[in-house]
Every structure is written in structure tokens, then in C-alpha cells.
Design a protein around this ligand. Structure first.
Ligand code: KG4
Ligand code: ZN
Length: 338
């Protein structure tokens, strides 16, 4: 069979990215232009600013991805796959419009891809032996899901968050303690050397459900910060961050392991921005080894938003014959298909 070259385009939040992936598993290029530094001063992503910056970055990012993949022209591609949602509508539209333009002019197939499926599929790039079925803990800025991947494109959501996503739980407390945006990586760093048993945070559990809830933990953290300030106590930053981070990690890890047990599945993957967290990765290594579960997670650059993961997910859709036309639109609240 001839090799299949997929171009992926991602612009759902604050990263403009374009990649070329060969046969769904080999990254030939993965160019990521991050706007995160520009949003830091505002304490979070400003949607209008994000859209404008995607418009400026998209053409050079696509050109670099094609060049770095050593492809001569768009004609060497088999298809263009683009994130259609979920995400910020004005941001998504930049990638969708660019992909439509390329496909119309170059007469290439167009495939719209779900961002969460992309995160899950990052694991196909980092572990080329990986095949479904497996359980995947998907933890990002907007989502916290435990998904049973029964087959390529066949998902069963075993758990979701009932309020904040794990990434939001990091980002909101990071802002409250003055570390700023993006919270996850800053808290990851600030936690180093901290005593994670110094502060205690409540962990919500629901009967007969593996669903998550992080809002109680977040409110408790905000209350503790206020108490410390009111009593003019010394704020032990590393200890506070390490304790709060461990509370999140403990909940994520215990639910993910429980999901594997319930499914009788000994294969677990991590995905999404929060899976870049050092403490989560270490804890999952330990607990999976204790429970005889084979664990894998992508390298950091494939955990956070990137287009190679979109190309990887799009490859399997392309093989299944999924095609979109120029009516493809951005879907800001797109759900994982079940
Ligand atoms: O997957 P992602 O890049 O974008 C979304 O689809 O949302 O995830 C972004 C989230 C942010 O909340 C960010 O704070 C978090 O992932 N994150 C981390 C780390 N790196 C990124 N959270 C904890 N530890 C990290 N090292
Ligand atoms: Zn993402």
C-alpha cells in the first residue's frame, strides 16, 4: 500500500500548529507557535487576541510544516485534517478556513477532527505498537474524562468532570497565589521539594461513579489562602502547591486505575495538557506497576496542544472514509462521539 501523508492543523485555543504525519504513526514535522506568553499578562486566554494571532501565524506555520516534512508541495499529501472543536469558535475558524482553502485549491480530501480524539491519538505517535482496546485518562484545560477506547474511533466515556476540569483546577489556584497563566506548568515547577502532606484538601467521590469534581478542592484552597492571609501566617508556597497538586493527582490516579479494573483492561494511556504533570506521571508509573497495568504517556510536547495528534486521529478517520466538504464549520462544544 502506498504511504499516506496527513497534514494536521490545530488552532482551538492558544497554539497555532501544523504537522505532517506518515501512515498515522510517524511525525515528519510538528510546528507549534504558542501564544501563551501574550496571554500571561491578562491571566488567561483572551479569545479575540487568540483569533488575531492565529490569523498572523497560520500561513507561516503551515509553510514550515510542509518544508520541515521535506514534502515538495501540497500534492504529496493524502488529506488535510483539522480540529473542528471543541474550543474557542474564533480560534477554531482560523484553522478550519485554512484547511478548507488548501483542500479546495489543491483538490485534497478534508477531514474535520475532534480535539479530544486528537489528545487520545497522541499516544499512537509515542507508542507505535499501541492498538485499542485501552483505557485513557484525558485531562486538559477544558476536559477530564476517563475513556474506554474500544477500537479506533469507538469510545465509551466511563467518567467525566461534573464541574471544573483538572487543568482549570490548576489554572485557577495558580492565579490566586500569583503564579499566573498557564497554571499547570508553573505549579508543577513550584511544587518541587514541597511537603505534600502539609495541607489537606477535600476529595469528592460519587457513589457508583468514577466522575470527577474539583470545585470543592478549589474552594477549599481559596479559603485556606484567605485564612493564611487573614492570620498573617507565612505562605509556604512549595508545600501548598505540592499538597494541592497531590490532591488532584491522587483523585485522577485512583479513578483511572479503578476504571481499568472495572473494564478488566490492563492497558492505560494518559492524554491532554495535565498529563504533562511530573507528579501525575510518577504516581501513575508507581500505581500501574503495583497493579500490573501497562502504562504509556506521550512526551510533554505531544501532551499539550499540537497538530501531530490531530493528524494521527485524522488518519484513522481518513482510512474509514470520513470526508468533509466546504460546509465544515467550527463546533465550539463538540463532544467525543460515543
Ligand atoms: O491539552 P491542553 O494543552 O489544552 C486544552 O485542550 O485545554 O491543556 C492545557 C491545560 C492547562 O490547564 C494547563 O495548565 C495544563 O494543561 N497543563 C499542566 C501542565 N502542563 C499543562 N497541568 C499540570 N502540570 C503540567 N505540567
Ligand atoms: Zn487540548
Amino acid at each position: 500500500m502506498a504511504d499516506i501523508y496527513i497534514m494536521g492543523i490545530e488552532s482551538s485555543c492558544d497554539e497555532t500548529s501544523c504537522a505532517v504525519v506518515k501512515n498515522g504513526r510517524t511525525i515528519l514535522s510538528n510546528v507549534i507557535s504558542s501564544q501563551a506568553d501574550f496571554h500571561t499578562v491578562y491571566g488567561g486566554v483572551v479569545p479575540e487576541l487568540a483569533s488575531r494571532m492565529h490569523v498572523e501565524a497560520i500561513v507561516p506555520v503551515i509553510e514550515s510544516a510542509l518544508e520541515m516534512a521535506k514534502l515538495h508541495s501540497f500534492h504529496d499529501l493524502s488529506a488535510v485534517c483539522v480540529t473542528k472543536g471543541p474550543g474557542l469558535v474564533g480560534a477554531l475558524l482560523v484553522g478550519v478556513s485554512a484547511a478548507k482553502g488548501i483542500c479546495e485549491i489543491e483538490n485534497l480530501p478534508l477531514v474535520g477532527v475532534g480535539h479530544i480524539e486528537g489528545h487520545i491519538s497522541a499516544n499512537y505517535l509515542s507508542d507505535i505498537e499501541l492498538t485499542p482496546p485501552f483505557v485513557c485518562l484525558v485531562v486538559s484545560g477544558g476536559h477530564s474524562h476517563i475513556v474506554y477506547v474500544a477500537d479506533y474511533g469507538k469510545y465509551e466515556i466511563m467518567a467525566r468532570t461534573r464541574d471544573d476540569a483538572a487543568g482549570e483546577a490548576f489554572d485557577k489556584i495558580s492565579r490566586a497565589i500569583g503564579l499566573g497563566y498557564p497554571g499547570g506548568p508553573k505549579m508543577d515547577k513550584a511544587s518541587q521539594g514541597g511537603d505534600e502532606s502539609k495541607y489537606v484538601f477535600p476529595k469528592s467521590r460519587f457513589q457508583d461513579s468514577l466522575d470527577f469534581s474539583f470545585s470543592g478542592m478549589k474552594t477549599a484552597a481559596l479559603n485556606q489562602i484567605n485564612q493564611i492571609k487573614m492570620h498573617s501566617e507565612t505562605f509556604l508556597l512549595a508545600d501548598f502547591v505540592a499538597s494541592y497538586q497531590y490532591a488532584i493527582v491522587d483523585v485522577l490516579a485512583s479513578h483511572a486505575i479503578e476504571a481499568c479494573k472495572r473494564k478488566g483492561c490492563n492497558r492505560l494511556c494518559l492524554a491532554g495538557g495535565v498529563s504533562a504533570n511530573t507528579r501525575l506521571r510518577n504516581e501513575m508509573d508507581k500505581r500501574c506497576s503495583d497493579s500490573k497495568i501497562k502504562l504509556s504517556y506521550p512526551p510533554i510536547e505531544l501532551c499539550t496542544d499540537n497538530a501531530a495528534m490531530i493528524a494521527a486521529a485524522g488518519y484513522y478517520q481518513y482510512l474509514r472514509g470520513d470526508r468533509d466538504d466546504l460546509s465544515l464549520n467550527a463546533i465550539p462544544s463538540l463532544q467525543l462521539p460515543e
